[in-house]
Write a protein that binds this ligand. Structure first.
Ligand SMILES: Nc1ncnc2c1ncn2[C@@H]1O[C@H](COP(=O)(O)OP(=O)(O)OP(=O)(O)O)[C@@H](O)[C@H]1O
Ligand SMILES: [Mg+2]
Length: 506
């Protein structure tokens, strides 16, 4: 859909400036969204995308600027989430905002309970939730606590919650970052239906192929400033990348390291009921092995099991040829294993600590001075060096991590394990939510690790990433490894066939 200047925008932001103490997150940014339009909001980590979304939903009140909803100007001083919801603006946040102990149904309807004589009508709510699930064509158990759902399923519960309340504007802040190709297509299909109903979508994502195929219009932000906007069909992917990072990106994947050494990890017939079964795999020094598979294939559970964080019922894990029984992450760390988890907010960072402490935490012992004293100077130096490497957007190492942008938090999670100098890295979707420029820094870093003789297990939903980085790719389907792809067969169509459970023979 092209911009039609005669329609009244659903939302229009004019000259939005947003200042936090010490940080100007947005300066003079404008954006308008028409009915039935899917508008991409793009920019590097820390560019201000989530902040702009929160100004639109009333979570933040802009320092200066104007917002119009359906042509009517909003009074900033009293604007709130409650008011934006009443005006039909809904958001799915980048970080999970579900109550982990509550069921899917409870989460979807919290704040919207149907009551009769003070009693909540659970049956009706459950039926209504089921209706939404059917509309989304998803089959998710909504009667168990959401903490027992998988990441992608939680994401769909969040989406259901957002579209429940008759919204006119839907903001999706990196909704697809946790989803796989097949589910992303499902989301695109849903966006198509939503658009036909005249709803406008603001779509935030670092996966630019999605922007090119799903969005009508775009706005690019850089360091809190407006860079450009227009119709997606008028630009190419390289042009979009250039607007985002301010230069051409002609990087390619570094060549896969072929000089491999001793065996680091062997997994033999490893089984964990309901998660995976009879898994066999091995990784040598200098190797990257990939785990591919749809959501629910068991990849995350497998890396957590290796890290001592998921119960195993049978099978063996060998580290450097020796059988080990890893019962806790602490034991795994002692053996030289590091994990970058896929739910960084819950598992990756301590939100009460600052950047320096979060970066240093797993490698404290490296910075011991004498007795129980720490060499704080060296700690800060190392934290600084590594965070600079990734172009972390921050103003002080002593700044709390909680207020960093999502992608910048992810950069710290990676940094802290790299700094620790592990022998085996388990990376569960390490580049999720990271901007296109920094992604290539992560690729270079993974490659450097292999040259130093480290072993890497990489889980990724992006085929290109697996093919570009891995010596071998183990394809999982419903808890089992059903194919091992290497050499000539390392092609996306072969892997996609396998991960859908389709046989590649013949
Ligand atoms: N509540 C806050 N207090 C202080 N600074 C903040 C707050 N929220 C965001 N910021 C800062 O504002 C800037 C923009 O952050 P924002 O989260 O909007 O970026 P983003 O474009 O969404 O990035 P990402 O792609 O990593 O999610 C960052 O420098 C961030 O640290
Ligand atoms: Mg963000």
């Amino acid at each position: 859909m092209e911009k039609n200047n005669f329609l009244t925008p659903l939302v229009e932001v004019r000259n939005c400036t947003m200042e936090f103490p010490g940080v100007k997150a947005l300066s003079n940014v404008s954006l308008s969204l028409l009915p039935g339009e899917c508008h991409a909001l793009v920019g590097e980590n820390g560019a201000g995308k989530s902040t702009l979304s929160k100004c639109i939903t009333g979570e933040y009140q802009m320092t200066s600027g104007e917002i119009f909803v359906g042509g009517n100007q909003i009074k900033q001083s009293s604007y709130s989430i409650r008011e934006s919801q009443a005006l039909g603006i809904a958001i799915v946040h980048q970080e999970f905002q579900l109550m982990q102990e509550m069921t899917g149904v409870e989460n979807i309807f919290v704040g919207h309970y149907l009551t009769q004589g003070g009693l909540i009508h659970w049956k009706e709510l459950a039926a209504k939730a089921q209706e939404i699930m059917e509309f989304l064509q998803c089959d998710i158990n909504l009667s168990i606590p959401v903490k027992r759902l998988r990441t992608a399923e939680k994401q769909i519960v969040q989406l259901a919650k957002a579209i429940l309340s008759d919204s006119k504007v839907l903001i999706l802040d990196e909704l697809t970052a946790v989803l796989q190709e097949k589910e992303i297509e499902n989301i695109f299909r849903i966006i198509g239906i939503i658009k036909k109903r005249g709803i406008g979508v603001i779509y935030i994502s670092h996966r630019l192929d999605e922007i090119m195929s799903c969005c009508d219009t775009y706005t690019v932000l850089c360091d809190g400033r407006y860079v450009n906007s227009g119709n997606v069909k008028d630009i190419s992917m390289p042009q979009l990348i250039k607007m985002i990072i301010g230069r051409d990106l002609n990087q390619v994947f570094p060549p896969v390291n072929e000089k491999t050494g001793d065996m680091v990890l062997e997994v033999r017939n490893l089984t964990a009921p309901k998660a995976f079964r009879n898994i066999n795999l091995e990784v040598r020094q200098g190797e990257v092995i990939g785990l591919a598979g749809l959501v629910g294939a068991g990849k995350t559970e497998l890396v957590h099991a290796i890290f001592g964080n998921h119960k195993i019922t049978s099978g063996e894990v060998l580290i450097r040829g020796k059988p080990v029984k890893i019962k806790s992450p602490r034991e795994a760390i002692k053996l030289g294993i590091g994990l970058v988890p896929d739910e960084r907010r819950l598992l990756g960072l301590n939100m009460l600590f600052d950047i320096k402490d979060n970066t240093i935490l797993p490698s404290m012992s490296k910075f011991k001075k004498f007795f129980a004293f720490q060499d704080h100077k060296e700690e800060a130096k190392a934290a600084y060096e590594y965070n600079e490497k990734f172009g972390l957007a921050y103003y002080s190492l002593w700044q709390n991590v909680k207020k960093l942008s999502g992608g910048n938090q992810q950069k710290i999670v990676i940094t802290k394990w790299i700094l620790r100098n592990c022998a085996l890295f388990l990376l569960d979707e390490p580049t999720r939510g990271i901007d296109i420029g920094a992604k290539f820094d992560v690729y270079k870093l993974i490659n450097e690790l292999t040259k130093q003789g480290k072993a890497v297990v990489l889980v990724s939903p992006e085929m290109e990433e697996l093919i570009g980085l891995c010596n071998r790719i183990y394809v999982m389907f419903e808890g089992a490894v059903i194919d091992v792809v290497d050499g000539e067969r390392k092609k996306s169509d072969v892997i996609i066939h396998s991960l859908l459970g389709v046989s590649n023979n013949g």
